[in-house]
Design a protein around this ligand. Structure first.
Ligand code: KE4
Length: 432
């Protein structure tokens, strides 16, 4: 079994080498295990619901590379599509047929997406939605929600100012105060706070952007009427409503969270699942807004590898498999099986907990109180979470290395894997 806090010998050696040449030893901060302590393991390979570290230790994987591997790792159909396509060349710099195929599929699956543009990350997708909304409306202000993460573009690395309506403040070094000042932040699930902001400056707001089901503060569920209220307010004030479905898109159903919850945004950002594990982002929506995008219109956006044929091949193979394998019904069945087992285990234990799930996305907080926004999530016991994380890892189960992330199931998490996970949860909770 893997040693909890310290990674295996070869992962430790790799991390030492990485620290000498990569900032923090990782190419994306959350991978460094800073939130839970210890050192990250280095993945050598992954297959189905299992991921294998450099020392050969295997883990049942509930990170699923942060969402993309919804079929499971190294799905044969996805691998074959990428290998076959690679033999034809990896990038052309002129349009290729697969870009059209995937764009047609996205427009067919998500009502309200009339036009869609491919890019190479979720950050690009959300950043481009904001530029498009600003170009379309001629306005500058943005309204976002505490705890919603939309990638690392300057306008979205912003936290709430001191008062409800004061200017946003940078949430990262290097973000100019002048840029942050254009982004206002209010608590999720707080419609009166949104109404107050829109009443005051709604005529200056270009976009209201949110994760319809936030999954970057742990998992938070929108309360009844919240999303429909946002829809009505954005329409009333002429602001563009943007759903960031980089995580939820094509995971919670063919039309993502917007299809599940019945609220249609003006623009949507996508990523992760549509790339099948390769770098893909996309954004799309109303024809009149998307038509403002170069070269059709005056809002500039570009990308050397946007619509890359390998990434398109992986995304197409993954989406087609979701469609033919009745994926969403099975993911719901697997999620319900896991939830039923976890709740039974938790009911037998005298510790505070909040369990949240939607489809194949779930999260466990150690908290007495319901978690309805970021402030609630931050009041949870993150030290207990860190102990739980490492105890689970020692049991061969890998969940996201932070309380403020969400777990994912894939089609490869069969009943056996879930039952093994429940045994691991039971033992890990005993020591957390
Ligand atoms: P990327 O630029 O990382 O492809 O996507 C940014 C993004 C945008 N919107 C949402 C809702 C997201 O969850 C993300 C990225 N998610 C994180 C996980 N919390 C990716 C993991 C990481 O940063 O390494």
């Amino acid at each position: 079994m893997s040693v909890g806090i310290r990674s295996g010998h070869l992962s430790h050696q790799l991390f030492e080498r990485a620290l000498a040449v990569i900032p923090g030893g990782v190419n994306s901060p959350v991978r460094a295990f800073r939130a839970v302590g210890g050192e990250p393991f280095f993945a050598q390979r992954a297959d189905g619901c299992q991921i294998y570290d450099a020392d050969g230790q295997s883990y049942i994987d509930y990170v699923c590379t942060w969402g993309p591997s919804i079929l499971g790792h190294a799905d044969p159909e996805v691998i074959a599509a990428v290998v076959d396509r690679a033999r034809m060349g990896t990038s052309f710099g002129v349009p290729n047929p697969l870009e059209v195929d995937l764009a047609e599929m996205i427009c067919a699956w998500v009502p309200g997406v009339d036009l869609v543009r491919m890019c190479s990350s979720g950050t690009e997708a959300t950043m481009s939605c904001l530029r498009l909304a600003r170009g379309f409306t001629g306005r500058d202000r943005i309204l976002k929600f505490e705890g919603c993460y939309h990638g690392h573009s300057d306008a979205l690395l912003v936290k709430a100012g001191s008062g409800a309506l004061t200017l946003g403040q940078p949430d990262s070094a290097g973000v100019p105060a002048a840029v942050a000042a254009l982004t206002m932040t209010v608590p999720f699930n707080d419609l009166p706070a949104v109404e107050a902001v829109m009443k005051d400056v709604g005529h200056e707001v270009a976009a209201v952007i949110l994760e319809p089901i936030p999954a970057n503060a742990g998992l938070i569920l929108p309360e009844p009427g919240f999303l429909s209220g946002l829809r009505e307010l954005a329409t009333r004030h002429g602001a563009v409503l943007v759903f960031d479905e980089v995580m939820t898109g094509f995971r919670l159903g063919k039309a993502g969270a917007q299809g599940l919850l019945g609220v249609r945004p003006d623009l949507s950002a996508f990523g992760k699942v549509i790339g099948g594990g390769l770098p893909v982002g996309a954004f799309g929506g109303r024809h009149d807004i998307m038509s403002c995008l170069a070269p059709a219109g005056p809002v500039y956006q570009a990308g050397t590898l946007s619509g890359n044929p390998l990434a398109m091949a992986a995304g197409l193979a993954q989406l087609r498999a979701l469609d033919t394998r009745d994926a969403f019904a099975r993911l719901e069945m697997l999620g319900a099986r896991l939830e039923s087992g976890v709740r039974a285990i938790l009911r037998d234990r005298s510790l505070p907990w909040q369990w949240l799930r939607t489809g194949s996305m779930f999260c466990l907080f150690f908290s007495e109180n319901p978690v309805r926004n970021l402030a609630d999530a931050k009041r949870s016991d993150t030290k207990r979470f860190a102990r739980f994380f490492h105890a689970l890892l020692g049991e061969g189960v890998y969940v996201p290395p932070s309380q403020f992330e969400t777990c994912f199931l894939s089609l490869a998490h069969d009943e056996t894997a879930i039952d093994r996970t429940l045994e691991a949860f039971d033992r890990a909770l005993a020591v957390a």
